[in-house]
Design a protein around this ligand. Structure first.
Ligand SMILES: Nc1ncnc2c1ncn2[C@@H]1O[C@H](COP(=O)(O)OP(=O)(O)OP(=O)(O)O)[C@@H](O)[C@H]1O
Length: 363
């Protein structure tokens, strides 16, 4: 297993890129810890697969280097990297049995028969295929074949990393949850470095210790699920993580207050001068409806989603979502919204601004 370092890494699929927009990956420097469980999250086309394929060696980066530990692997072929990769759609040998498919990576590396059997039985139990070990893969459903692909990706104990590229797309919803739990379990047991690509935040947040959020060819934040919730480093993280995502408003900041819709909104910290487009962000969980305190709002509708309610409102013509406890009456006197000062983030050109001084302790 190895720590993976991306050093000044960038990639363009164009032979002579002329502008930044021609780069699928913009320059990045990142270290992926040995044994970490990472989820790579972002919307379609942001560069997740490109990054994964660069790590596994399927794509050679046009700029920068990839290191495993201290060894430069930029030009090493896939086979030398000792990486297992599971793709979105099943890759199985139809004419082989399930057992032979799972055993393939081990036999290929000359492991002895007793070890192969024990390991295959263990993995088969994990993916729920024990009863079908002697069946040919041909004729199995796409779902079952994908479980074999997952199993084959996990069967070797000696890999540097296991990469999963949206592996549960073809798996039915109930099994998805179960397999995700199994992957997590496997990670705890073997501490392989795992990188799991998805555009589904639930999948990312349940699988990973660290979530890596990509936007437009950049890693905009690498942090724990809690970090992404508490202090989104970029407005995209605020908006993309959370259900609903963070509310964002253009505002003028002066010291420890933001001027928003003619109201002075208290911030949990003081800020120095800010350049660029200035926004404040507040998660729906930290907005409270009031009878006059805060910014004026208009309630559009209330959605009951079980444990709480989502209030869809607008403030100054912009959408504002509020999460309210179940059972709390929403009377016509509730005409304003107050923001918890400690929970407000300030953004300049979409990047979070570090406060000059904290005026209150963040809980
Ligand atoms: N082989 C290729 N040749 C040219 N452009 C490519 C190639 N593969 C990807 N791209 C482009 O690079 C950008 C990043 O694509 P990539 O597949 O890495 O994104 P992604 O985040 O994995 O998307 P998705 O979730 O849809 O799979 C996109 O603009 C895509 O069109």
């Amino acid at each position: 297993m190895a720590q993976i370092t991306l050093s000044k890494l960038a990639h363009s699929y164009f032979p002579n890129p002329k502008s930044e927009s021609e780069f699928a990956l913009k320059e990045m420097d990142h270290v992926w810890d040995d044994g970490g469980a990472y989820a790579l999250l972002g919307s379609s086309g942001c560069g997740k697969t490109t990054l994964l394929n660069i790590i596994s060696g399927l794509v050679r980066p046009s700029h920068g280097r990839v290191l495993f530990g201290a060894t430069d692997m930029t030009d090493a072929p896939t086979a030398e990297r000792n990486i297992a990769q599971v793709f979105q759609f099943p890759v199985v040998y139809d004419t082989m049995t399930v057992r032979d498919n799972l055993a393939f990576p081990l036999r290929n590396r000359g492991k002895d028969a007793a070890y192969v059997k024990a390991r295959v039985d263990h993995i088969a139990a994990m993916i729920g295929m024990e009863a079908r070990l002697n069946h040919k893969a041909r004729g199995l459903t796409a779902d079952a074949k994908q479980k074999i692909s997952l199993g084959r990706g996990m069967v070797r104990e000696d890999v540097n990393a296991i990469l999963f590229d949206e592996p549960l797309t073809v798996i039915d919803p109930h099994m998805k949850w179960e397999l995700r739990t199994q992957l997590k379990q496997l990670h705890r047991e073997f501490r392989h470095t795992m990188i799991y690509v998805t555009h589904d935040q639930t999948e990312a947040l349940t699988f990973a210790d660290k979530v890596v959020v990509m936007y437009d060819g950049r890693v905009v934040q690498m942090g724990t699920p809690q970090d992404l919730f508490d202090t989104p480093a970029h407005t995209f993280v605020g908006y993309f993580i959370g259900s609903p995502g963070m509310n964002l408003f253009d505002a003028d900041i002066a010291g420890s207050h933001a001027a928003l819709l003619g109201v002075q909104v208290a911030l949990g910290a003081a800020y120095g001068p800010i350049k660029g487009r200035t926004q404040i962000g507040i998660r729906p969980e930290f907005v409270t409806l009031t009878a006059g305190q805060g910014v004026p709002v208009r309630i559009l509708r209330v959605e009951d989603v079980g444990r709480h309610r989502i209030i869809r409102a607008e403030a100054g013509g912009k959408p504002l979502n509020i999460i309210a406890p179940e059972g709390q009456p929403i009377g016509t006197d509730l005409t304003h919204a107050a923001f918890a000062p400690d929970r407000i983030s300030v953004y300049a050109d979409d990047w979070r601004v570090t406060p000059a001084t904290a005026t209150r302790k963040v809980a």
